[in-house]
Design a binder for this molecule. Structure first.
Ligand code: GAR
Length: 187
């Protein structure tokens, strides 16, 4: 069983998809900790429903980004976390955390990278007028939504922005859980 931590800054629908997949016995993993940089984010409520501990930290209350990440690393080490799963964690990861978990941090992004990195990727793609967009799962490096790609899924843009967002999120939930199943089976 693989011990993981999920990092999220917002709603946490990807967290929920992973937690449900584990509950159904389809993913051989345990979410040891949810880490959020936005205390009170909806992901906290979701995590409580699964009885998963949450570390809520406010990065700007630390002297430096390194000090913030050291506090996160301490909590992860205490729980023997092996993999970090970013799920809407809207903060760059720096060398402190990258060095502590080499090749063990992955992210999901709601576009076909390298197109439309950063915030609001779904509306960026929609406003650009692309006919196909999608979802990417990738290893994390120090860049913004960069790092080696692990898996992608395409989504056709046929309806409104709202409809496209719903399709993208549903695709994310499927692609992330499937990719984690494959990654953890290999290790
Ligand atoms: C997801 O669409 C995820 O791909 C995106 O944030 C959303 C979080 O939703 N991440 C990024 O844009 C990373 N650059 P959720 O909180 O409901 O899982």
């Amino acid at each position: 069983m693989t011990k993981i931590a999920v990092f999220a800054s917002g709603s946490g629908s990807n967290f929920q998809a992973i937690a449900e997949c584990i509950e159904r016995g389809e993913l051989n993993a345990k979410i040891e900790l949810v880490v959020t940089d936005k205390p009170g984010a909806f992901v906290v409520t979701r995590a409580q429903k699964f009885n998963i501990p949450v570390l809520e930290l406010t990065p700007k209350t630390f002297d430096s980004k390194a000090a913030y990440e050291q506090a996160v690393i301490k909590a992860l080490r205490e729980k023997d976390v092996e993999w970090i799963i970013l799920a809407g964690y809207m903060r760059l990861i720096s060398d402190t955390l990258l060095a502590a978990f080499p090749n063990r941090i992955i992210n999901i992004h709601p576009s076909l990278l390298p197109s439309f990195p950063g915030k609001d990727a779904i509306s960026q793609a929609f406003e650009h007028g692309v006919k196909v967009t999608g979802v990417t799962v990738h290893y994390v490096d120090a860049g913004m939504d960069t790092g080696p790609i692990i898996a992608q899924a395409a989504v056709e843009v046929a309806g409104t922005l709202d409809e496209t967002e719903k399709l993208i999120h549903a695709t994310e939930h499927q692609l992330y859980t499937k990719t984690l199943q494959q990654l953890f089976a290999q290790k």
